[in-house]
Design a protein. Structure first.
Length: 113
């Protein structure tokens, strides 16, 4: 799944929920935060994101990671926003955008939210 809309925290939460569901069913799942989506997984934003009626974003990330969901953040997108890997929450791997291409080519399905 590719996420690029931090102004809508439910998009990131939805992606995590879908990836967690896929992983709990025995499927491989990854979420790639790209463009503005990298702001969703900064330690600062993740700590304060709690959509009404849902667990907090940090809890959703911990659940996803515990099930083997891989979380990636685009290095180029971080640079655009003046961020670095030090700004990312624990469990997010910072990678080049070519990793997104590799993931999409190796995947049976790709969702973009």
């Amino acid at each position: 799944m590719v996420i690029n809309a931090p102004e809508k925290p439910m998009h990131a939460m939805s992606a995590l929920m879908l990836a967690t569901t896929a992983a709990s069913a025995g499927n491989e799942a990854a979420v790639f935060f790209h463009l503005d989506g990298v702001k969703s997984v900064t330690a600062e934003n993740a700590a304060r994101t709690r959509p009404e009626g849902f667990p907090g974003f940090l809890e959703a990330v911990e659940r996803a990671l515990s099930l083997g969901v891989r979380l990636y953040s685009s290095e180029e997108s971080l640079i655009i926003h003046g961020l670095s890997s030090r700004d990312m929450m624990r469990g997010v791997e910072v990678v080049g955008s070519s990793k997104l291409n590799d993931l999409m080519l190796a995947s049976d399905a790709v969702l973009s939210i």
